[in-house]
Unconditional design. Structure first.
Length: 244
């Protein structure tokens, strides 16, 4: 079963690559076969097998011989690995759905500095209606208030920095994270996001890859913090409770 889950994750990762490429370019997701972004030739099915095709083609397009972005096998491998970890940890269907959405947001925001509404809104509605049906009391006493409070906090940061420190996409993303995790787990996700963001930002400034005050996409840090919280929230909550 673990092998089936991993292979399923690879296949889902292949679809996530389609979303990552097409959503920020406003291209139809469900229409048209995959094609090489450099020579525009359509990719045959045997050249579109998750992970294996990249290895067999040695990372190059069969037709134009241009290099294929490492992002494609990376997303597939990450999805397969995280799905496998989710299976071993009894994550549940909503957890798999969140992982898929977080990976799409991570790579789109990293490259384009965009957090797509096409991902955030459907996930938010899915988590809302699931909680409405399965645990209405938890929704109104914890999940929904957490989502609103964290979204308002991020909107405050957006307002204070005039959009330079935090974008509206981050505000919507914060609502999604608060709605899924609730308090206090969402607080762990945000803490990890700000912590890793500060560390990575400082390193980039030190190595002169960024300058002080330069906008850095925050979505990847929110996504990373959420994934870590998804798998290790009990451990992080214990650390925060006992040391802070």
């Amino acid at each position: 079963m673990w092998l089936i889950i991993f292979l399923l994750g690879l296949s889902v990762g292949s679809f996530l690559n389609v979303l990552i490429y097409r959503l920020p370019r406003n291209l139809p997701v469900a229409k048209g076969r995959s094609y090489c972004p450099k020579c525009k030739r359509k990719i045959s099915w045997h050249d579109n097998i998750p992970l294996l095709s990249f290895i067999f083609l040695r990372g190059k397009c069969r037709y134009c011989k241009k290099s294929i972005s490492l992002r494609y096998p990376l997303v597939e491998l990450l999805t397969g690995t995280l799905f496998e970890l989710g299976y071993l940890g009894n994550l549940g269907n909503l957890g798999y759905l969140l992982i898929a959405g977080l990976l799409v947001i991570f790579f789109i925001d990293l490259e384009h500095q965009i957090i797509p509404d096409q991902i955030v809104f459907p996930l938010s509605l899915t988590f809302f209606f699931n909680a409405l049906i399965t645990n209405y009391y938890l929704l109104i006493t914890n999940l929904l208030p957490s989502a609103v409070i964290f979204a308002l906090f991020f909107y405050f940061l957006h307002f204070v920095t005039k959009g330079k420190g935090m974008g509206l996409g981050d505000v919507k993303f914060a609502f999604l994270i608060g709605l899924f995790f609730g308090f206090p787990s969402a607080l762990v996700a945000f803490y990890l996001a700000f912590l890793t963001g500060a560390i990575v930002g400082s390193i980039l400034i030190l190595v002169k890859k960024a300058r002080f005050g330069q906008p850095i996409p925050f979505g990847p840090f929110l996504a990373s913090g959420s994934i870590l919280t998804l798998f290790f929230q009990d451990q992080f909550l214990w650390i925060l409770k006992n040391f802070f």
